[in-house]
Design a protein. Structure first.
Length: 285
């Protein structure tokens, strides 16, 4: 399961089609904003896009998209979600925009809104539903455990050797039917080459232990694997303990995962949002 979002695919398309295109100067400003975003200067990109939005006689979808991306980089998740909501109003039948909106609302902690946007993607492109693992994660945090279990069962048809899919299905089943029922219905995986995924799978299956997961991640880090394996180890240990209803251990591992920031990785956002949601009163989630 790819955990990354394509960062710049939509902006050139919007610019090329000239959707509600402004003057030539507007186009130059937006090209400069995209260049700033690509170079890592998100603050400058947001400033340029805001200038175009404020000055334009008509709203330009590209400007809202650029500012949303910039605000995401700046960790202004509420602002990014607001920009994408405006963009979805301008282009309601654009599946890619609704996909980005679902992710933006998730990052902002709006689970119901995230589910709605991802469901809109599935309405616009029926064949995409099986690929929408993001929807399943949002459904889990929204409390729609039957929905997320069904989604991850469907995702299995297009991604059969993904430990993460198997684990999220487990979590959805465990939330309503209990840990042992989830273990009995664990989606089988024969091979997932990412470390420490097979150790994670063995843990959830009951044939491995927590230390096996940590040791595999440590070995990968010692071999130049970066912080990714350690991040995934702590993320899925945190989720394992959540399924076990061991809140303290779950929070400790999720916190460790969040500290191992993974730039551009949707699953790091999952860890961050999980920490935020589990810190809220139940009625505010």
């Amino acid at each position: 399961m790819s955990r990354f979002f394509l960062a710049f695919a939509i902006a050139p398309l919007l610019l090329a089609c000239g959707c509600r295109a402004g003057a030539q100067e507007d186009g130059r400003l937006l090209q400069d904003a995209i260049a700033s975003l690509r170079s890592g200067d998100a603050a400058r990109a947001a400033e340029l896009a805001s200038g175009q939005i404020e000055a334009a006689a008509e709203p330009n979808p590209t400007a809202f998209w650029i500012r949303a991306q910039a605000r995401t980089h700046l960790e202004d998740y509420a602002g990014a979600a607001a920009d994408l909501e405006r963009l979805a109003e301008l282009e309601p039948d654009n599946a890619r925009i609704n996909l980005d909106l679902g992710a933006a609302r998730f990052r902002n902690g709006d689970m119901a809104g995230s589910v709605a946007a991802f469901e809109r993607v599935a309405e616009l492109e029926a064949h995409a539903r099986a690929q929408l693992w993001q929807l399943g994660i949002s459904q889990y945090y929204a409390g729609d455990f039957a929905g997320c279990a069904a989604l991850f069962e469907l995702h299995r048809t297009v991604n059969p050797q993904d430990v993460e899919n198997s684990v999220w299905h487990f979590l959805c089943v465990a939330a309503t039917k209990g840990f042992e029922a989830a273990r009995a219905g664990l989606i089988p995986i024969d091979r997932d080459g990412r470390v420490p995924m097979m150790e994670v799978f063995a843990l959830f299956r009951g044939s491995g232990g927590v230390q096996d997961v940590l040791d595999a991640a440590d070995r990968a880090a010692g071999s130049g694997g970066g912080t990714g394996p350690e991040f995934y180890a702590h993320l899925y240990l945190g989720l394992y303990y959540e399924a076990m209803k061991e809140t303290g251990d779950s929070r400790a591992h999720i916190e460790k995962a969040v500290q191992l920031e993974q730039s551009g990785n949707y699953m790091w956002q999952v860890a961050r949002v999980h920490r935020e949601l589990r810190g809220r009163p139940a009625d505010d989630r």
